[in-house]
Design a protein around this ligand. Structure first.
Ligand code: COA
Length: 382
């Protein structure tokens, strides 16, 4: 019954689908470059705004380009009453990823340039989404605590503006702590892009049909939500809270491994010798812990990682240090994956531009393994 001679690559594992000039993941050298620049160097020397500019335009900005880009992004931050009302109308039981997905889809209905897939328009839409997503996510978080919307700042950068819209301007707000802002900014850089991951590929598939950018980003958000992809950063923190005691971390890992259960925040489809983004994020996590009395989470991190490596040889991915970092900054766990959206929207839209500029409909084949052809009249029950 099946087409036995066909080689099936489940999950497209190892299949090269197309070229991209946006980023390169090299598992052999354990490296990731954005437009040719190692991500570790970008984390040390650049802001998230520099990296967004780089991913969209192919070059790091000059000082003047950086200023202009920042001005354009800040001018696009305000969100309408209609959008806030839409968010307020959604049940608080809905996962924040469903809210952000709905908000992006709604924004598409408001944009008269929606059907224009020209590269400049797509980049402009990407910038508009980059500017508005922090307000959408921060408002959704605040309304669940019955707190008012804080309108975006005109002076803060993206990272500090998001923390400000979540926590306000008080002396204890992470928005006013340079280390916290830096750690958050670095996480956005590390989350911004990662070649043909599942959500980016989803966006490219949708784009390949000549559909619009909002549809592609909405679909990409749906793909990112799953725990095997972006949802892992939330699952990591749930695990930390479940274990709750660094002394119990090793046994917890061993029990899971014995039961053949997956532990979120470990493993990667492409990296098999370690995720190149982890060392930078781990540094940011340790700095954040030092400022927030977070020694317990660092010990938990170390113990789980050591036990996992000893028992399975499987190494952590970016979500493993990112989850506890966001938690120590005071962010509610269900908002960890929406933050990933805030950053990855840059990568998605860079890929949408690339797909549009060299498009071929993405339509793979399948091998049929159902019933042989049958005759209806012989089987219909009357
Ligand atoms: N915990 C325990 N075992 C894991 C594991 C994990 N996190 N990740 C992979 N493995 C094991 C699998 O159980 C499988 O073992 P088996 O061969 O004995 O059945 C083997 O490693 C291969 O895993 P598989 O899921 O088939 O490989 P993949 O390339 O499809 O996996 C992921 C990639 C990311 C889906 C996988 O590592 C995973 O599910 N990780 C947890 C989710 C996560 O953190 N996602 C974020 C990715 S950035």
């Amino acid at each position: 019954m099946s087409e036995n001679n066909t080689e099936i690559r489940k999950g497209l594992n190892g299949v090269v689908v197309d070229y991209t000039a946006v980023s390169k993941v090299n598992p052999e050298t354990n490296s990731l470059t954005y437009r040719g620049y190692p991500v570790q160097e970008l984390v040390e020397h650049c802001s998230f705004e520099d990296v967004a500019y780089l991913l969209w335009n192919g070059e790091l900005p000059t000082w003047r380009e950086f200023q202009e880009f920042g001005q354009r992004e800040r001018a696009l931050r305000p969100v309408t009453r209609g959008l806030l009302d839409l968010i307020a109308s959604l049940p608080k039981t809905a996962h924040p990823m469903d809210v952000v997905r709905t908000a992006v889809s709604w924004l598409g209905t408001q944009d008269v340039t929606n059907e224009d897939n020209g590269s400049d328009t797509v980049r402009r839409t990407g910038l508009s989404l980059l500017a508005k997503l922090p307000a959408i996510i921060a408002y959704d978080m605040r309304r669940r605590h019955n707190l008012e919307f804080i309108p975006p700042s005109r002076t803060r950068d993206i990272a500090s503006n998001f923390l400000y819209m979540c926590f306000g301007d008080g002396p204890d707000s992470p928005a006013n702590n340079m280390d916290d802002v830096k750690a958050f900014d670095q996480s956005l850089i590390l989350y911004a892009e990662h070649s043909f991951n599942a959500s980016t590929f989803t966006g490219r598939v949708i784009t390949s049909t000549t559909s619009d950018v909002y549809s592609a980003v909405t679909g990409a958000i749906g793909a990112l939500k799953g725990a095997l992809h972006g949802g892992a950063n939330e699952a990591v923190m749930h695990n930390f809270l479940e274990v709750d005691d660094p002394a119990k971390a090793e046994q917890w890992v061993l029990d899971k491994a014995d039961n053949k259960q997956k532990i979120m925040g470990f493993g990667h489809r492409v990296y098999k010798k370690g995720d190149s983004r982890v060392p930078s994020m781990e540094k940011a996590m340790r700095r954040t812990a030092a400022n927030h009395d977070g020694d317990k989470w660092v010990q938990m991190y170390d113990n789980m990682q050591a036990a996992m490596e000893k028992r399975t040889g499987i190494l952590p991915n970016l979500d493993f240090p990112a989850g506890p970092t966001y938690y120590m900054l005071g962010i509610d766990i269900p908002f960890f994956t929406p933050i990933f959206v805030m950053a990855r929207v840059v990568g998605w839209t860079a890929h949408i531009v690339e797909q549009n500029e060299s498009n071929a409909l993405i339509r793979p084949l399948s091998a049929y393994n159902g019933e042989d052809q049958r005759v209806v009249e012989e089987n219909i029950g009357r």
